[in-house]
Design a binder for this molecule. Structure first.
Ligand code: CU
Ligand code: ZN
Length: 266
């Protein structure tokens, strides 16, 4: 309160023309008027401080329910969020579950297919020409008097690639065609698999997707996987070309050979 009193004196001096000048002329004792003025100013300031305190208290009192309400609102919003997220999460879990089930079903179907074809009688694993990344395998099954060829490749360029059985099991010079011509024991003409006239080794095309993966399953009538005989694929080569087999010309114009695998008994 001493500071307030000083302030009050200051204020009073400012209002009442100035204490210093007054003090020069006035008697040593401050006048009774001045003393009363100081006392009044002090009281006024005290009341001001009290009022300010009350106002702050009032503000806090008013703010408290608002804060409480705010906290309640946030809590309710979180609860609503969790409630809303609940079904979404549940649906998400269901979707994931269904996807897994579908995956398992597909895997099951694949296994069933494999077991329907039995164990492969022969296999080939692709080696690629210099500068080519392509890899993969071919599996050969005997079924109902046909040879079923199942090919899976990776890292190939997207699009169709001509694929044939060539007459020599020699992949030592792929681009130089060490594997010879298309396997053609009946001395006939080139064609796509759907054509009536075609080489026994004409498997058509393998389609490669944008991820570089290609699969082909094709049944070749009159071929065999026997140790001997003119129609066996054993000891021959399976070859993939850079381009599409159009079915035209002497070999389908499918371009440079890019991968080759020798067909061997499993
Ligand atoms: Cu070929
Ligand atoms: Zn051909």
């Amino acid at each position: 309160m001493r500071r307030q009193a000083k302030l009050a004196v200051g204020l009073a001096c400012a209002l009442l023309v100035g204490c210093e000048r007054k003090a020069e002329n006035a008697p040593a004792e401050p006048s009774a008027d001045l003393q009363r003025g100081v006392a009044k100013a002090g009281e006024a300031i005290e009341r001001g401080v009290e009022k300010a305190g009350e106002a702050i208290q009032h503000g806090v009192d008013k703010a408290a329910p608002a804060l409480e309400q705010g906290a309640k609102d946030v809590g309710a919003a979180i609860e609503r969020g969790v409630e809303k997220a609940g079904p979404v999460l549940k649906q998400g879990a269901k979707d994931v579950g269904a996807a897994i089930e579908r995956g398992v079903d597909k895997a099951g179907a694949k296994t069933a297919q494999d077991s329907a074809l039995g164990e492969p009688k022969a296999e080939a694993s692709f080696e690629s020409a210099r500068g080519i990344e392509l890899g993969g395998t071919a599996k050969f099954y005997e079924k109902d008097g046909s040879v079923v060829v199942v090919v899976n490749i990776d890292d190939a360029t997207p699009g169709p690639h001509g694929i044939h059985i060539h007459e020599k099991g020699d992949c030592s010079d792929i681009t130089g065609k060490s594997m010879g011509a298309h396997f053609d024991p009946k001395k006939t003409k080139h064609g796509l698999p759907i054509a009536r006239v075609k080489h026994l080794g004409d498997l058509g095309n393998i389609d490669v997707d944008k991820d570089g993966k290609g699969t082909l399953e094709i049944a070749v009538h009159d071929a065999s996987l026997a140790d001997r005989g003119t129609s066996t694929f054993l000891g021959k080569a399976i070859v993939i070309h850079a381009g599409e087999d159009t079915g035209k010309g002497s070999s389908g114009n499918s371009g440079t050979p890019i991968a080759c695998g020798v067909i061997k008994s499993s």
